[in-house]
Design a protein around this ligand. Structure first.
Ligand code: GDP
Length: 298
């Protein structure tokens, strides 16, 4: 399902060609790095990040100083793997959810169309399958049809939900929904908020009001991977206004620029917790850099 398979395929092919030399020298190593760099740039990974990867692999391997007994191929493979992981690592962990200490309230924010409502349902479903008592609150009063969409997803996944067709104040809905589900002892309350089109002042103000009303355990920022490395500035802008604790990247099944988006978000030091790989509720998976790179390289 992943379009990133193409990127993974190119990187693996470059590594394989390098491995054909039992004793690779500097020329072979540099050739492999050029091929990898090209593949990363095609996936819209930032030029500086690509250069850094190249430089780091060269210094980690330090090929000219290696003795004859060293398995150079293995060493190079490991250095590439480590550097790809580093590129996708935010450097710190997301806020962990804890079960058995009252309700976790997780608020979802993001621009309209990025997949926020779909992702709320996927996220709730993920935890409900792990046995958590989970529910959904629709506080998106801006987009017509948002409540119906959430209701439909929630019903299909058998997840209790809260929303209103008449109340127009999203903060009032969120407050009422969260209060009710807290009282009912839910482990996880997922709150979907308004998205709108741009990073408007009104959107940020609403996020701030929402935050003080529901006191979220975590705020999840949902981003569409198709914007590639432009994800860097968008993630940074949201983080400067809202206390984003984790990021979920969607639509990694459909965009060649997915690698660029992932590395750009990691560069803002925002931990990526899950990725969306399709429209269906279970096309969603936890994001762990090592596992992701391992699979990418097959
Ligand atoms: P919102 O406006 O941010 O709430 O966005 P929606 O949840 O309504 O999603 C917008 C569109 O993106 C819908 O057609 C979703 O089915 C689609 N979508 C969401 N996540 C994914 C994903 O991971 N992969 C694909 N292919 N489509 C997705």
């Amino acid at each position: 399902a992943m379009v990133l398979n193409e990127l993974g395929g190119k990187i693996s092919a470059a590594i394989r060609r390098m491995s054909n030399n039992t004793v690779p020298d500097e020329t072979v190593l540099k050739q492999m790095l050029s091929e990898i760099a090209r593949a990363l740039l095609e996936a819209d990974v930032n030029v500086r990040a690509v250069q850094q990867l190249r430089g780091n692999v060269l210094s980690a391997v330090d090929i000219s100083s290696l003795g004859a007994g060293v398995n150079k191929v293995k060493l190079i493979q490991k250095a590439v793997f480590d550097e790809l992981c580093r590129m996708l690592d935010a450097g710190h962990k997301a806020v962990p959810l804890k079960r058995g200490h009252g309700s976790n309230v997780v608020m979802f924010v993001g621009l309209q169309g990025n997949g926020k409502t779909t992702t709320c349902a996927k996220y709730a479903y993920h935890y409900s399958r792990k046995g958590w008592k989970t529910c959904l609150v629709c506080a998106d009063t801006f987009r017509a049809g948002a409540f119906d969409q959430l209701k439909q997803n929630a019903t299909k996944a058998k997840i209790p939900f809260y929303g209103s067709y008449t109340e127009t104040d999203p903060v009032a809905i969120a407050t009422a929904g969260v209060e009710r589900f807290r009282a009912e002892g839910y482990d996880l309350i997922v709150v979907d908020t308004s998205g709108r089109h741009k990073q408007e002042v009104a959107l940020f103000e609403e996020m701030e009001q929402m935050t003080s009303a529901v006191k979220p355990t975590d705020i999840v920022f949902v981003m569409d991977s198709s914007i590639g490395q432009a994800a860097h500035d968008q993630a940074a802008a949201f983080r400067s206004r809202v206390d984003v604790g984790s990021v979920i990247i969607t639509k990694l099944d459909g965009h060649a620029k997915g690698g660029g988006a992932l590395s750009a978000v990691a560069a803002t030091r925002s931990p990526i917790t899950f990725i969306g790989t399709g429209e269906h509720i279970d096309e969603f998976e936890p994001f762990v850099a090592e596992r992701f790179v391992g699979r990418l390289l097959g």
